[in-house]
Write a protein that binds this ligand. Structure first.
Ligand SMILES: [Zn+2]
Ligand SMILES: [Zn+2]
Length: 385
């Protein structure tokens, strides 16, 4: 891809980001105990700057307006010395964060709107490829334009997660924050005090539980050995957690050895019972990214900042049902237009408006232009108002 096109794209996005932070700096939402966090930014020339610290919101805002980063991050951890190297920061705990991303949901519609783009020449492929046939570059980006089915599935999974956290972990609604990541996912942040000190291993166990890993007939008190299976119903019964989910799903209506014994015989024995449990675990287990939750030193996109992969803002979702990313997270103009040329023919729908664009130059609202250019699916042609 020609250098001047990249420069033009960058200049267009930079100018809009600058304007966004100038007008909407109040959207930036500092985390709790902001002075104990590490901040990081990504610059428009792809440099990462970490180990920043701000004791006052005013200083952070001034820094952002002055530097106009392409992305802004903040640690989930609380540190004594946020600007020190990672091992000397004095870790004081970390919010527990869950990430639900389209990539983990494996929806059948994904293929219709997923694009593989050469990071060098921006040629677009519709099928997964490891090397660009045009320039032999091996760095291929995967970008998607989520459709309404994707968004609904993400919202549903996010809702299921918050229910899980409430019911199985006693996390209070007011100690949870749900946000849209600005691209293809949702984040749930838990800042309830009894979870903040958990190490990576404990967080990994929580993720495993939520994903429904390691569930077995033993979880319900059914053990198998060479003499066959034996049943010993747990003292606490099947009244909560996964036990309750499994029993409900299998329609086991009575909690007694006798009933369970008949039930297992009826469905074909221990192995069939185990298969049923595996199926329920995979159906009801949530699809979350384990790496995100187990990392206790990570820096996360900051609420109110723009995501350079989409031009959308990371934003708190107080009403998931009504949330529409392209309406609620898009802060760019619908009334002004911009001319773009596409790297691939595209059919998509944004804000209830359908687009069917070919590779010639198209005039679209600035909001749509920012989105497609950030997704590396289009280039700036020239500005018009
Ligand atoms: Zn290429
Ligand atoms: Zn979709």
């Amino acid at each position: 891809m020609k250098k001047e096109i990249t420069l033009k794209n960058n200049e267009f996005i930079f100018t809009l980001f600058k304007e966004y932070y100038f007008k909407n700096i109040e959207n930036l939402r500092p985390p709790l105990e902001m002075h104990n966090r590490e901040y990081g930014i990504m610059t428009f020339d792809s440099r990462v700057i970490r180990h920043l610290s701000f004791s006052k919101l005013g200083n952070l805002k001034a820094y952002i307006i002055q530097n106009v980063p392409s992305d802004i991050f903040c640690s989930n951890a609380y540190y004594q010395f946020p600007t020190f190297p990672i091992n000397e920061k004095g870790w004081k705990g970390a919010d527990m964060i869950f990430d639900i991303d389209l990539n983990d949901l494996l929806l059948p519609c994904q293929k219709e709107h997923t694009f593989y783009i050469c990071s060098n020449c921006h040629v677009v492929f519709r099928d997964l490829t490891k090397i660009c046939s045009a320039c032999q570059n091996t760095k291929i980006l995967k970008n998607t334009i989520p459709c309404f089915r994707c968004i609904n599935a993400l919202k549903k999974e996010t809702k299921n997660l918050t229910e899980f956290l409430k019911k199985d972990f006693g996390i209070k609604e007011e100690n949870m924050e749900v946000s849209f990541s600005g691209n293809t996912g949702f984040h749930v942040v838990v800042f309830q005090s009894n979870y903040l000190m958990l190490d990576s291993k404990a967080r990994s166990d929580i993720v495993g539980y939520i994903m429904g890993k390691n569930l077995s007939p033993e979880s319900l008190g059914v053990r198998n050995d060479k003499h066959g299976y034996r049943i010993k119903i747990p003292l606490s019964g099947y009244s909560y957690g996964w036990r309750k989910r499994i029993v409900q799903k299998m329609k086991i209506s009575e909690v007694s050895n006798d009933y369970l014994n008949k039930f297992i015989k009826k469905i074909g024995g221990y192995q069939s019972f185990k298969n049923e449990i595996d199926k329920i675990a995979s159906d009801l287990g949530l699809k979350i990214d384990p790496q995100v939750t187990t990392d206790i030193h990570r820096i996360f996109r900051m609420v109110g900042s723009l995501n350079s992969k989409s031009g959308l803002s990371k934003i708190i979702c107080n009403n998931l049902d009504k949330f529409d990313p392209m309406i609620d997270s898009c802060f760019f103009d619908d009334d002004k237009n911009v001319d773009i040329s596409l790297n691939t023919p595209l059919k998509f729908s944004i804000k209830g408006k359908k687009y069917n664009l070919d590779k010639s130059i198209s005039t679209v609202p600035v909001s749509v232009g920012v989105f497609l250019i950030s997704k590396k699916l289009a280039n700036i042609a020239s500005c018009s108002s």
